[in-house]
Design a protein around this ligand. Structure first.
Ligand code: AQP
Length: 360
């Protein structure tokens, strides 16, 4: 539907106004249902860690098998909400591409592209931002956390959830696989879609969050916080490129309580619960099954077991990523093809949005 309307827009220039009016009235039909489309993104702010992997990327890969339309974006516009060195950013975009491919993202089954290569994300963000009150953004926890301690936080850091809504809605994304920290942003995307639909017609679907079984992997040093690329201490996270030795060292040093028995108690034993959660994410076992199997194992030994499981899971990814990084031309060409495929969807959609708003 979207593509054919785009085609009409491009090819019926002489009858432009009339054609667009017809188009507007057709998209105002509230009974329109939207085809399923998966959309998600990841910031090129460094090597992904096991939080990104078990919280989001693993779901991305599964969804490729069960959905006809999957779109994944390296969201570089989001990454500059905090200062980035240009050379490092360029490197990170390519290494993120290699990493996603090494994890199993297949650019032939879906679309993998770099956000800034499609200019319409920012155009739609502006339109959505003009329909978003400040109070909707004020209470978002990510804004509060990320701006805390900053002397002067930047406007982009405050408004990036609106850009995130635009990322999803530009492609009429219906399902958004993310970690738990992002759920309030997807709520915002739904709210902005509803506001737009109420004002201009039933145009956008209301996107839904998809969480994995491990939606919030915690920092190994501060198990009350989520694991994050931007936490200063690298021992707080396991990157997908860490060597077996690094992984074993980091898990050995993970903060847990002094009780030696293996029990699952998120509130009172968050560090150990995090490790059990990792075993569950790798093996598909339940926490109670893991505790039962390890009833005679002491927590120190248990750490070594979890470390081995992580090494086994990550080693093929690390090796494949090394291979992929040796052909940067190939990585760039994948992003170029991804951009072309993303543009085919984004271009007609933004034209329709502009028409609805009254720009055309
Ligand atoms: N600790 C986590 N547990 C589960 N899921 C997580 N995600 C991030 N951390 C965890 C999910 O990974 C996806 C990509 O995240 P992102 O890199 O785009 O942004 P982020 O959420 O801000 O992740 P980081 O690691 O904390 O990055 P920085 O430090 O650069 O801000 C998202 O779906 C996210 O939910």
């Amino acid at each position: 539907m979207a593509l054919s309307i785009g085609f009409i827009l491009k090819n019926l220039r002489p009858a432009g106004r009339l054609a667009r009016r017809c188009l507007c009235s057709s998209v105002r039909d509230e009974n329109v249902t939207f085809p399923e489309r998966v959309f998600s993104g990841i910031q090129p702010t460094g090597i992904p860690h096991i939080g990104n992997y078990f919280g989001a990327i693993k779901n991305w890969i599964k969804l490729q098998d069960t959905n006809d339309s999957v779109i994944y974006s390296i969201v570089d516009l989001h990454s500059v909400t905090v200062p980035q060195d240009p050379t490092t950013l360029r490197e990170n975009i390519l290494s993120m591409t290699a990493c996603l491919l090494a994890c199993g993202i297949d650019p032939d089954r879906g679309i993998l592209f770099q956000q800034s290569q499609v200019p319409y994300h920012t155009e739609l963000a502006w339109i959505l931002g003009c329909n978003c009150t400040l109070s909707r953004l004020d209470h978002l926890p990510t804004w509060k956390e990320k701006s805390a301690g900053m002397k002067d936080a930047m406007l982009g850091l405050y408004t990036y959830p609106v850009l995130q809504a635009a990322d999803i809605l530009l492609y009429k994304g219906t399902r958004v696989p993310v970690g738990e920290d992002q759920t309030c942003h997807i709520e915002l995307a739904r709210a902005l879609a509803k506001i737009f639909n109420n004002r201009f017609g039933h145009y956008f679907p209301l996107p839904e969050v998809l969480l994995t079984e491990a939606p919030r992997i915690k920092s190994l040093r501060h198990p009350d916080k989520k694991m994050s690329k931007s936490e200063a201490n690298p021992k707080s996270r396991i990157d997908l490129t860490d060597s077996p030795d690094e992984i074993r060292q980091k898990v050995k040093k993970a903060v847990i309580d002094s009780e030696p028995k293996i029990t699952y108690d998120i509130d009172n034993r968050p560090g150990l619960a995090n490790l059990i959660g990792l075993e569950c994410a790798i093996t598909d076992k339940s926490p109670s099954q893991v505790c039962e199997e390890n009833c005679n194992v002491m927590s120190g030994q248990y750490k070594l077991k979890v470390a081995d499981l992580i090494v086994e899971e990550l080693t093929p990814i690390r090796l494949q990523m090394e291979r992929l990084l040796s052909d940067r031309q190939h990585l760039s060409s994948i992003l170029e093809k991804g951009r072309d495929k993303a543009m085919e969807i984004a271009e007609p959609n933004i034209a329709e949005v502009k028409s609805l708003v009254g720009f055309l």
